[in-house]
Design a protein around this ligand. Sequence first.
Ligand SMILES: Nc1ncnc2c1ncn2[C@@H]1O[C@H](COP(=O)(O)OP(=O)(O)OP(=O)(O)O)[C@@H](O)[C@H]1O
Length: 322
Amino acid sequence: MSVTDQVDTTGAGAPPARATSVLSLAGVSKWYGNVVAVNDVTMDLGAGVTGLLGPNGAGKTTLLHMMAGFLAPSRGTVTLDGTRIWRNPQVYRRLGLVTEREAVHSFLSAYEFVLASAKLHGLPDPAAAARRAIGLVELEGAQDRRIGTYSKGMRQRTRVAAALVHDPQVLLLDEPFNGMDPRQRLHMMELLHRLGDAGRTILFSSHILEEVEQVSGTVQVMVAGRLAASGDFRTIRRLMTNRPHVFAIRSTDDRALAVALMAEPSVTGVELDRTGLTVRAGDYGAFTRVLPKIALARGVRVRALLPEDESLESVFSYLVEA
Ligand SMILES: Nc1ncnc2c1ncn2[C@@H]1O[C@H](COP(=O)(O)OP(=O)(O)OP(=O)(O)O)[C@@H](O)[C@H]1O
């Protein structure tokens, strides 16, 4: 029996036990004129929840849209269980996408909104499919209220239900946690876990490290269109935290402090110029603990200690260079 045969397209009852699907990208690039948005990305995604992490402009949305069949790759192939996705409506039926920004009509109820999505998919029993999808996101209690009266989290769950109405094996979500408060986030995280545990392939994008860490053990990291790292989150996190840290230091005697710091094992580089002292340290904790002691011993007062490269972009850039 093929994977397609096992999909419950009746829209009724509990989802069946499913075979897992593999979404594969092979040498995928996408360019818009001179802008290379995605650059030679190869990855395989199986059942469970995977985070797609990267700073703004890294190419996450472009990648998700190619996976969902919204965009053609400029080069390479995107396949689901070996079948090309682009211009293949049979495969679209097995995919769901929750886009980053999309208006939900505030005058409709969640039930009406999800029902419309079921009808667009041409499901045989749209009403049953809508009820099942609303049950999956636990919105039954509010399904007949106008969406205009919902919280941000409820609106987002309504959109997830609309994307799940045809019971797809793969669910792609672009920045699903944006603008949610902690409680709404938790609820959405639990939902994604439940869907992943039930055998679906779930990929969600985010530019927030901690967010991905809380939701998924597996991560694909994109930087400037390229896949910078992929696999177990903890291993990648260790790579990120073990990177050299750069500090700008302002003190009453930068020269004396520079000489003293050169002998310090946690310091890997010292630069002194007209603007002040720049220090590279391998171990963030060890360096920040030892600096006040060294300064005190030399009679130097530290006026400012500024980490120079703490932005997410610099963390990601380090990964690309590693
Ligand atoms: N339609 C388009 N025409 C031209 N350039 C585009 C288009 N869409 C995206 N880009 C460019 O492609 C690159 C990747 O954009 P994309 O939206 O995929 O990144 P992202 O990681 O999703 O970013 P964000 O988190 O800000 O949404 C960016 O440089 C962006 O400006």
